[in-house]
Design a protein around this ligand. Sequence first.
Ligand SMILES: *Cc1c(COP(=O)(O)O)cnc(C)c1O
Length: 396
Amino acid sequence: MTDTITAAASQSLLPTYARYPLTLVKGEGSWLWDDKGNKYLDFMSGIAVTNLGHAPKRIKEALVKQLDELWHVSNLFQIPNQADAAKLLTDNSCGDAVFFCNSGAEANEAAIKLTRRYQQLVAKNGRYEIITFEQSFHGRTLATLTATGQAKVKEGFAPLPEGFKTVPYNQIGALEEAVSDVTAAIMLELVQAEGGVHPADAAYIKQVVELCEREGILLIVDEIQTGIGRTGKLFAYEHYGIEPDIFTLAKGLGSGFPVGAMVAKEKLREGFTAGSHGSTFGGTPIATAVVKATLETIVGDGLSARAAEQGAYLIGQLREKLADAPFVQEVRGIGLIVGIQCAGPVANVLTEAQQRGLLVISAGPNVVRLLPNLLVTHEEIDEAVSLLAELLQASG
Ligand SMILES: *Cc1c(COP(=O)(O)O)cnc(C)c1O
């Protein structure tokens, strides 16, 4: 009966995902179980979403408490959880004002809209163009897929919105050449995650910030995958000693509950007025109860520092155990976002790992990406590294 229902349900879905024939039914900490009772060590965390592991107790308690009290009211009313969650974000970042939404794409969409509206109505300079980077990923709405520097996400969706330009990453000359008197913002990831786990050069980012300051251009940092402790700081921009004008969050922000946020500097506040942007579900009492509990846990328990330590251990172990694997070219990453650059396609490595009880993901065809939760233990890392070493030694 269950099988019939599952088959019928999948026939009723649009084919937007190449799904594995695997049905996960239970999760706890770093572990997942399938419908046949097999156990998996989860080193992808729903793509950097379950940063506190599966079913984290403290977050669940906050969620259940809120479910007992109130699920939803319109943003036409005061929502104390939303105000508290926003304050936690501004108290713990360089930002001053928050807009809540439901996903990463929506957070970036809000950043794009705020940029244009600020430049056109507040700074009154007519600037509208957003410069983004090759191999970037910013989402699937029409504006954010246009911002994304990968042809495959744009195919068949013409006409795309105007006002975007894409240049090579980590090359200041190309960026300087692209800037003009219509440039409104530069939008980037500090670690290109979907694009292959490529961290930005520190010297380059310093030059980007100088360019922005010199030309009156806003800097938008997409922290949707890098944020919420993953890189070993609460936000990746902290590694670079910079303060973006806007940064965007989603993925780890809700520990698995869907929520996104855009955080902006004070001067951008007047870019929006009542009615200029909105979202029915943005920042509901439930969503923001989860955001509050997530941020209190990550900040209160020092989990960003823990991610830095565990990440250093993971990268060290991978480099040691993969040093003589001919298929492996490089291990790179920062904190608990780690890429293993291979000489060829890694799809088989992912499926073999899965069959052996380890869930990992790729970042482009030739990179194995590891995104364990921030509470991952040395024992769990050892287990994952030893299996990956076995599989990668035998590959290529
Ligand atoms: C996942 C991701 C997005 C899109 O987030 P959605 O919640 O899927 O819309 C945008 N930018 C980056 C860097 C991401 O990793």
